[in-house]
Design a protein around this ligand. Structure first.
Ligand code: PLP
Length: 417
């Protein structure tokens, strides 16, 4: 059995931030003559050497197509790719690795569920529930589905803190609802939703729940069985793994009941011009050559997160988040958008009349990478009556010192306007 280069990591007893930062080569670079301060992890995390090396080593030593070769390289590539799946399955406590479908990421996972699971079941007048804080990827696939079937999209409202209105959710749940799509951690607001409780509520009405776990994976230990959802979606690049790879989890019985989504190689057992039959899980949903190096790298990311420990990562990030929230709240004219009681690693804000894009461009001159815009959550912007926000989002490698540099830079930007 071939093991990726990252598998030899030793358990680490303390969260040593200086040592951890050295795992991320990009943090050594400068931007515009200043040390890089990367506050855009919610858009895409930086990669540790363990992931970079695993991908590099795969291409240098083991590269071949998976599953269908008898030669050594193909078997090694298959071992490594399937090893990534096995690690991910254990990481999210999936009962079986056959239940983990590799996709391009959260977006593709949601589209797969919409078209394969839900489309055949929907009739006009059926309802699909989403919340007001969803990323576009958990809105638009359902909208397309509504156009295709005559189903209706209903929206669970949020309050001024950016929290879900749980009473409204309770009222909206009914036998007419055929799916509830909900984000576990909002990328625009940082809100952590009580997903396990919501799944229990939905179950009373027989409503399946799809959890968008894109932002949850890097910040908290996910246990898909404990959550009680029907579907869980994630993206590799948000959790320190490669881009272009992610996963969908669902129970084997659910996946077995679904028709294939895309046709092609790998997903078939037997093909004639009259008829084709489908491969077993997970291959049934992985048509064509997969992102092999991506799967290997995602396995390495799982190893890396496991080595550091998600409780330790969360504790560190929460410290940085509280510190930054306090510092930003002291700035005159700064309004934080999203003040939920339960938050993770994201602060969206507006500073006076300064357009977030101007702010982002100027702050880049101080070496700070932050995101500005609607964060693929236009309905959230509409709710708060703003066209855009500036957003800082923290990863496991960020520090309070970086927050200090950022706050100083913000104060200078404010003086310019
Ligand atoms: N859901 C949330 C909450 C996100 O933050 C993102 C990406 O920003 C997505 C879904 C979409 O992920 P991807 O672009 O990796 O498919």
């Amino acid at each position: 059995m071939i093991e990726p280069v990252s598998a030899s990591v030793e358990p680490e007893s303390t969260f040593n931030i200086n040592r951890i930062r050295r795992d991320f080569p990009i943090l050594e670079r400068e931007v515009r003559g200043k040390p890089l301060i990367y506050f855009d992890t919610a858009a895409s995390a930086q990669r540790p050497l363990a992931v970079i090396d695993a991908v590099n080593n795969f291409y240098r030593e083991h590269n071949a197509n998976v599953h269908r070769g008898v030669h050594t390289l193909s078997q090694e590539a298959t071992d490594l790719y399937e090893g990534g799946r096995r690690k991910l399955a254990q990481f999210i406590n999936a009962p079986s690795e056959r239940e983990v479908i590799f996709t391009r990421g959260t977006t593709e996972s949601i589209n797969l569920v919409a078209q394969s699971f839900l489309r055949p079941k929907l009739k006009p007048g059926d309802e699909i529930l989403v919340t007001h804080m969803e990323h576009h990827s958990n809105i638009v696939p359902w909208q397309i589905l509504c156009q295709q079937t005559g189903a209706l999209l209903r929206v669970v409202p949020i309050n001024q803190r950016g929290e879900l209105e749980m009473g409204a959710l309770q009222r909206l749940l009914s036998e007419r609802v055929k799916m509830l799509g909900i984000v576990q951690v909002s990328n625009a607001l940082g809100t952590i939703n009580p997903v396990a409780e919501i799944c229990r509520m939905a179950k009373h009405h027989g409503v399946p729940v799809l959890v968008d776990g894109a932002q949850a994976m890097p910040h908290m230990q996910v246990d898909v069985q404990a959550l009680g959802c029907e579907f869980f979606c994630l993206s590799g690049h948000k959790m320190y793994g490669p881009t272009g790879v992610g996963a969908l989890w669902a129970r084997e019985s659910t996946l077995d009941s679904m028709p294939p989504w895309q046709g092609g190689g790998e997903m078939i057992r037997h093909v004639t011009f009259e008829e084709s039959t489908w491969n077993d899980l997970p291959a049934k949903f992985e048509a064509g050559t997969p992102n092999i190096a991506g799967g290997v790298g995602l396995g390495a990311a799982v190893d890396y997160l496991s080595k550091l420990g998600l409780p330790e990562i969360a504790a560190h990030e929460n410290q940085v988040l509280s510190y930054a929230t306090e510092k930003l709240a002291e700035i005159d004219g700064l309004r934080i958008i999203g003040t939920a009681r339960d938050k993770a690693s994201v602060i969206s804000f507006i500073l006076g009349d300064i357009h977030p894009h101007d702010l982002g461009t100027i702050i880049d001159h101080y070496g700070v990478a932050l995101r500005t815009g609607h964060h693929c959550a236009m309905p959230v912007m509409q709710f708060f009556g703003v066209p855009a926000t500036a957003r800082v989002s923290f990863g496991l490698y960020n520090t309070q010192q970086e927050v200090d540099v950022f706050v100083d830079a913000l104060l200078k930007v404010r003086e310019m306007f």
